[in-house]
Design a protein around this ligand. Structure first.
Ligand code: CDP
Length: 214
């Protein structure tokens, strides 16, 4: 395995922006694993099946193709909600595991962001970050993003989404969102994206020095 950076944390904590900027600096491929769950949720909804139907959700997750990971439909509020509902099913999580682990095995390294990368997908990752921020700040960021996409949802509705998703993702039995014991906590509540990225880069560089010496 190369130098893997595992970035976990709740919705709109900044982990996606940090991951993509780190990818540019390190020149490593980046996998936004949330897209896999979003694609599974959206495909299941389109097929008219119930999001709570584990067997149907597992079968949709097993048949995802790379082209299913593209498109604006995955970025909506509804897609985020559908993703977190299908993400509770062990059949869905296990269907998506191989793809994520194969990606993580790319040389000379890879960056993955999600909820369970440091705990379940790549527990041996050389660098683990858990990126968080207060629910209010995360809701403000997500509200700005959604408004730019033309979504009329209010700040209050987005805050409620965030709280509901935090609870569902943190309380589910299968691979709940947790900070790995060896993950560095990065709270971005009072940081803009440049400051959050600088802090993340310092953590990654320190891990890389240790990893290269080991
Ligand atoms: O961008 P945002 O943080 O809102 O969501 P995302 O990272 O695209 O993830 C959407 C949902 O997928 C999350 O709420 C989780 O329920 C689920 N997910 C997961 O269970 N495990 C992952 N590794 C990534 C996402």
């Amino acid at each position: 395995m190369g130098f893997v950076v595992a970035i976990d944390g709740p919705a709109a904590s900044g982990k996606g922006s940090i991951a993509s900027r780190l990818g540019g600096v390190l020149r490593f491929p980046v996998l936004d694993t949330g897209l896999l769950y979003r694609a599974a949720g959206v495909a299941l909804e389109r097929s008219g099946e119930d999001l709570d139907d584990e067997a149907a959700a597992g079968s949709v997750a097993r048949s995802l193709r790379p082209g299913d990971l593209e498109g604006e439909a995955l970025r909506t509020r509804e897609a985020g909600e559908a993703a977190s509902r299908v993400a509770v099913h062990p059949a869905v999580r296990s269907a998506l595991l191989d793809f994520q682990r194969t990606f993580a095995a790319r040389e000379p390294g890879a960056i993955l962001d999600g909820r369970d990368i440091g705990t379940v997908v790549v527990p041996g990752a050389a660098c683990k970050l858990f990126v968080t921020a207060s629910p209010e700040v995360r809701a403000r960021r997500r509200h700005t993003q959604l408004s730019a996409q033309g979504d009329p949802a209010t700040y209050e509705a987005v805050l409620e989404d965030i709280r509901r998703r935090d609870a569902r993702d943190g309380e589910r039995a299968a691979a709940p969102m947790r900070r790995a014991a060896d993950a560095v906590l990065l709270d971005t509540t009072d940081l803009d994206i440049d400051a959050a990225f600088d802090a993340a880069l310092r953590i990654v560089e320190a891990s890389r020095d240790r990893w290269e010496r080991s």
